[in-house]
Design a protein around this ligand. Structure first.
Ligand code: PEP
Ligand code: MN
Length: 273
């Protein structure tokens, strides 16, 4: 018998979000456009996401952009679009909060509040969503270590909110031929070290749609608790992240591939009834 001095890892937690048990051995797939722009687009894509059998709908109303002159999101109007999509499809909504001042508005529609990579170090925002007690999808920062990512999650948990899901979305390395380096080793390490569910966003890492399916399968193989993938109906006209978004007419085939990859590991995709 071997003995070890290492402390045993924390038990894995399950986070209930919009009626789904994230981290319970199923696969949670969150899909939707980078940005919501019109009600028609939002509702149509949400219906496609539902029909394809994904778990929840994502869409950005407040957008963190590198250039302040770029599209910043539809803001409150965007939240109303998400509300309409939620009403018409019954899908849970994942959307990003950029500013503490918008917390109440975002809480009005979001089943899961996303804290984006650029805000992972924003301790005021982390404390605020911790105090709000809502489900938080915390994305790893562009240049954050695993310890720093766990520290950011602890800011939320120290406020008494254990409902945190982590997201590996690629980190900045010396490599420039694709957008970010998807750090798949981080997935089991974050799971073990934090005890939290960990999902993977292949879209922002790849930066182009042709790589998204393969990265998604790799994420399932490494044990991710879910995926968050961008999909839009006319990605070439999208106001943000067009090149990386799957075309909505290809989502059903993508979901088939994900179900197949999941079933190879005796897992299934959690979907709305
Ligand atoms: C997004 O999900 O649209 C987004 C802006 O992601 P990230 O914070 O990972 O760049
Ligand atoms: Mn995006």
């Amino acid at each position: 018998m071997t003995t070890s001095n290492a402390a045993s890892p924390p038990p894995r937690s399950i986070v209930e979000a919009a009626g789904h048990a994230v981290g319970a051995g199923t696969l949670t797939i969150i899909a939707g456009p980078c940005s919501v722009v019109t009600t028609d687009q939002t509702v149509r894509v949400a219906q496609i996401v539902k029909d394809a059998g994904a778990t929840m709908f994502r869409g950005g109303a407040y957008k963190p952009r590198t250039d302040p002159r770029s599209f910043q999101g539809m803001r409150k109007d965007g939240l109303a679009m998400l509300q309409e999509a939620k009403q018409q499809t019954g899908l849970g909504i994942v959307t990003e909060l950029l500013d503490v001042r918008d917390l109440e508005d975002v809480l009005g529609v979001a089943d899961v509040i996303q804290i984006g990579a650029r805000n992972m170090h924003n301790t005021a925002l982390l404390k605020a969503v911790g105090q709000a007690g809502c489900v938080v999808l915390l994305k790893r920062g562009l240049a954050a270590t695993i310890d720093e990512t766990i520290g950011a999650a602890d800011y939320i948990r120290c406020e008494g909110n254990e409902r945190v899901i982590l997201c590996e979305r690629g980190i900045r390395t010396f490599e420039t031929t694709y957008r970010f380096t998807l750090d798949l080793i981080a997935v089991p390490i974050l799971q073990e070290r934090s005890g939290l569910p960990v999902i993977v966003d292949p879209s922002h890492a790849a930066g182009r749609r042709g790589l998204v399916t393969r990265l998604s399968k790799a994420a399932i193989a490494v044990g991710a608790d879910g995926l968050m993938v961008e999909v839009d109906e006319r990605p070439e006209q999208a106001l943000s992240d067009g090149p990386q978004q799957l075309r909505s007419e290809h989502l059903a085939a993508y979901m088939d591939e994900m179900r197949h990859a999941a079933s190879a590991e005796d897992r299934r995709v959690s979907r709305v009834a």
